[in-house]
Ligand binder design. Structure first.
Ligand code: DON
Length: 331
């Protein structure tokens, strides 16, 4: 059932798609056994590695959700997309791009070596930790709560509720994240940071510890897919230019040193987090009216068993299968 081409040329009802997605989730759930949950932030080790869930929200309002779809988890690195968006909205694109580059590193998300060996003028991109911490230092405000207020406001606008901080995850990361502190000191020494180091790190740990669901990720993805506009009422939530840049960065840098393979085999902008979340999206593609979610969609995936790059192992395979079946690729 899972392998092989399907003829989608039939009435695309939600119930009909649901059967397929249920089938694919139970097939790919077996792959969670090949991965490990993150343990370098101690509390993340408590996640159930067999979990796998997906939520897909179309621009036309159609929703398909399957598997472990109701489990809240912390947003982790997926927050980097949103702080980048907020920083661009606060400071303007050119200000941010003068200080953080848009190049993939080909290295791990928490690498320091790349900064030092290449003696870069600015961190490589806003989605590796060095770039994200630099972006967070550029958020307006003196305290972490002031810096994060527009981030929460953006979430609230997109989701119609205000997600909360998971204090246990925040404290676990704050008390264990020596690598991010080392990156922070390196950035301080090299003059990249625009705010106090401790405030910046506190803000960064907090933004990573906001609790969301895959429905939230799908909705955020759907709005970014739609160039920042809410398709229900055409309200601009994110400026078009910023949304488009976020999509380009998700495609080139969103899956860290697996971004090339993800672009080649899945072909959609995406961003992963170490708690097992992935946000993905497919912009409107007018090439074949018989395909599901042709007018664009956002996708949220949760699967805490990770591969060696820090991406959800079963989540990537599930996305690859769906993208191929439904021709979601942007290429
Ligand atoms: O900074 C960290 O290490 C975590 N708070 C976030 C890392 C992360 O999500 C990487 N993603 N795969």
């Amino acid at each position: 059932m899972v392998q092989g081409a399907t003829n989608w040329n039939t009435e695309l009802t939600q119930e009909w798609l649901q059967e397929y997605v249920d089938d694919w989730v139970s097939f790919y759930r077996k792959r969670t056994a090949d991965g490990e949950v993150a343990s370098y932030i101690p509390i993340l080790e408590e996640a159930n590695r067999d979990h796998l869930g997906i939520s897909i929200v179309g621009n036309n309002g159609m929703t398909v959700r399957s598997g472990d779809a109701d489990i809240p988890f912390t947003i982790q690195s997926i927050s980097k997309v949103l702080t980048f968006v907020v920083a661009c909205m606060e400071r303007g694109l050119s200000y941010i791009l003068d200080r953080v580059d848009v190049e993939p590193t080909g290295g791990s998300f928490n690498s320091i070596m790349h900064l030092e060996i290449s003696r870069v003028e600015k961190p490589f991109n806003p989605f590796v930790n060095a770039g994200a911490i630099t972006v967070t230092s550029m958020l307006e405000g003196k305290t972490s709560d002031q810096k994060l207020e527009p981030f929460y406001e953006l979430l609230e606008k997109m989701l119609d509720y205000r997600p909360a901080l998971n204090v246990d995850v925040y404290e676990s990361e704050r008390d264990s994240s020596m690598r991010n502190r080392a990156i922070g000191y390196y950035l301080l020494e090299t003059g990249f940071l625009e705010s106090d180091l401790n405030v910046t790190l506190e803000t960064y740990f907090k933004q990573c510890s906001v609790e969301i669901t895959i429905d939230d990720l799908a909705r955020i993805g759907m709005i970014i897919a739609n160039d920042g506009e809410n398709p229900a009422n055409q309200e601009e939530i994110i400026p078009r230019q910023v949304a488009r840049l976020a999509k380009a960065l998700m495609l080139t840098c969103g899956m860290y040193d697996a971004s090339g393979k993800f672009a080649a085999y899945v072909g959609v902008p995406a961003k992963s987090g170490v708690s097992g979340g992935i946000i993905a999206l497919s912009p409107s593609r007018a090439r074949d009216e018989t395909l599901p979610f042709m007018s664009g969609c956002g996708i949220g995936v949760y699967g805490p068993a990770l591969d060696d790059k820090g991406n959800s192992i079963a989540g990537i395979r599930l996305l690859r299968h769906i993208a191929n079946q439904w021709d979601l690729s942007v290429f």
